[in-house]
Design a protein around this ligand. Sequence first.
Ligand SMILES: C[S@@+](CC[C@H](N)C(=O)[O-])C[C@H]1O[C@@H](n2cnc3c(N)ncnc32)[C@H](O)[C@@H]1O
Length: 287
Amino acid sequence: MHPGTTDGARLLPTPGSSDQEDAVADPGFLRLQRALQLTTGLDLGAYKERQMLRRVTGFLSREGLRDLGELADAVSRDAAVRQRLLDFLAINVTEFFRNPERYDDLARTVLPELRRRFDRLRIWSAGCSNGAEPYSLAILLDELDPGSADRHQILGTDIDREALEEARKAIYTADRLKEVSPARRQRYFRQLPDGRWELVPEVRRYVRFAVHNLLRDPYPPGQHLILCRNVIIYFKETAKQQIFAKLAASLVPGGYLLVGSTETIFQPARYGLRAAAPFLYARMEAG
Ligand SMILES: C[S@@+](CC[C@H](N)C(=O)[O-])C[C@H]1O[C@@H](n2cnc3c(N)ncnc32)[C@H](O)[C@@H]1O
């Protein structure tokens, strides 16, 4: 993570910058792009390149590397450099109950409504990083319907295998738990001797993790609720539109899509969605 930064959304995006402005032909950047694609599957080409280039240049000086070619080599051979680069780009930043008011809406209205209409809920956290988001959902589900991990299913996916390994461990430093109330801490976490917090197995059981690239892989169908937050901001307009269309198609009619607070969907109807609340969209019934 960039020092002193807690919210990736503030680091990278300048919403509105066009694909045209983003075209970068720096050969070092292209090498880096290839190296990252081969090692992590991450396709920098679909991201806003000028912003990425600025950030990557900052990373170079921090690491004492001479140029982007040297960085491309380091990224190819050294997993630690790769991870530091992803962290520096703030690509992985997340925390439990990030933007708590969104989770309040889910707990008060969306989840109870879905629970009334559907017996078994399928929920997908797309771009879940180290798991704080799907586990926050698991806590809400457990509060709504205690001990229901056999009934409801949460899928957490990300392109980043190392983030998913962290997610499966479910051990977090205190800064990831800022928004977790003392009551929830007590109920759903236990503190380890080194001060970190481990999520209890009964909540972990709600969530299954899988590697998934939003730009490339087939989307899981039949979802009642999808959270895709602070992921789309990194993409160019064309990639964004494709992702919104596929996310919408993954929802059951009446299912909901929650996006991040800089990711408003303009003209949601073209994806078969209608705005239901801030940053929340419902899939319209077919026909
Ligand atoms: C800033 S984190 C957001 C985490 C969480 N959704 C939240 O809002 O707290 C963005 C995540 O998107 C993932 N990501 C980036 N590109 C992706 C792609 N093409 N497919 C799937 N995940 C991707 C990154 O690896 C990272 O873990």
